[in-house]
Design a protein around this ligand. Structure first.
Ligand code: ZN
Ligand code: ZN
Length: 258
C-alpha cells in the first residue's frame, strides 16, 4: 500500500491510498481544485481515483463532493446510509452513492474495506480499516472517545492515521467560546493527545510500523506536545520499531509504503 495524507485538520481532510491498480480517497474535505493540486504535487492524477470513502458529513470531510461528482460522475461515493443522506442534503449530490453497512467488510478494487462506528456529533460517523496485500491501514479521527470498535480495528493496523486533536489545558486556555470547548472535549467531540496515546499503550498493535497523528488542532494543541506524548507512550511499551509522524493541514505528508 502507498499512502499520502493530502491534508489533515479542522480546515480539511483528504487521504489518498493506492494498492495495485486501485486509488482510493478517504474524504473530500478540500475544494476539487485543491485536492487535484495536492494529488498532482504527489505525482498522482485526480482522474485515476477509483472511489471515494466518506467518514462523516462535516464540511471539513466533504466540502469538495459536489464539484468532484460533477467532474467524475462515474466514480462511486461510498458512505453509510445516514452519512450519504446527510451529505446529499448539504451538497445536492443525490446520485453516485454506494451505500454500505457499518462493520460489514466490502471490496473496492484491490481493497477490502471495513467501516467502524465512532462517537462523534455527525449523522453516522465512521473510521475505516483498509486492507490489501496482508497490510491494514487504520483511519480514525473525529471521535470523542475510544470504543471497543476503535480498539479492535486499531489492533490490526500496519499503519494508522490517528487523531491527536487537543491538549485539555491548551483547549481550556484557548479563546474558544465555552460551548465550542464543551463540544470538542465532549463524548462526541475530538480525541485529546493523552486519550489517543492511551489507545496505543493499551492496544500495542503487533503489526504497527507507522503511526501518523492527525486532525491536530492549530489553536488547542502543540505539535511538540503531541509528539512528546506519543514518544513517551512508545517508550513505555518498548516500541521503537514504530515510526511516528505528524500530519499537516496545509501540506501533503511524505509517501508511506507498507
Ligand atoms: Zn474533522
Ligand atoms: Zn467531524
Amino acid at each position: 500500500m502507498r499512502l499520502r495524507v493530502l491534508g489533515s485538520g479542522s480546515k480539511g481532510n483528504t487521504l489518498a491510498v493506492r494498492a495495485g491498480g486501485t486509488l482510493l480517497l478517504v474524504d473530500l474535505g478540500f475544494s476539487h481544485k485543491e485536492v487535484a493540486g495536492r494529488l498532482a504535487a504527489c505525482g498522482a492524477d485526480i482522474n485515476e481515483v477509483s472511489a471515494v470513502l466518506f467518514t462523516h458529513d462535516h464540511s471539513d470531510h466533504c466540502r469538495g463532493v459536489a464539484t468532484f461528482h460533477n467532474r467524475h460522475p462515474s466514480v462511486p461515493l461510498f458512505a453509510n446510509g445516514d452519512t450519504a443522506d446527510a451529505i446529499a442534503v448539504q451538497s445536492g449530490v443525490n446520485d453516485g452513492w454506494a451505500v454500505f453497512e457499518n462493520g460489514e467488510p466490502f471490496e473496492v478494487g484491490d481493497f477490502t474495506v471495513t467501516a467502524f462506528s465512532v462517537p462523534h456529533d455527525a449523522a453516522d460517523p465512521v473510521g475505516y480499516l483498509l486492507e490489501a496485500d496482508g497490510r491494514a491501514l487504520f483511519v480514525g479521527t473525529d471521535m470523542g472517545y475510544v470504543t471497543e470498535n476503535v480498539r479492535a480495528a486499531f489492533a490490526r493496523a500496519t499503519c494508522a492515521v490517528l487523531e491527536a486533536n487537543h491538549d485539555p489545558i491548551l483547549l481550556e486556555q484557548s479563546g474558544r467560546p465555552v460551548s465550542l470547548k464543551q463540544r470538542i472535549r465532549g463524548r462526541t467531540g475530538h480525541l485529546a493527545n493523552e486519550d489517543a496515546a492511551m489507545l496505543l499503550v493499551e492496544t500495542n498493535p503487533p503489526c504497527l510500523k507507522t503511526l501518523l497523528l492527525g486532525h491536530i488542532s492549530q489553536e488547542c494543541n502543540s505539535r511538540s506536545l503531541a509528539r512528546q506524548t506519543f514518544a513517551d507512550a512508545l517508550a513505555r511499551i518498548g516500541r521503537q520499531d514504530i515510526s511516528l509522524s505528524l500530519l499537516d493541514q496545509d501540506t501533503p505528508c511524505d509517501l508511506f509504503e507498507f
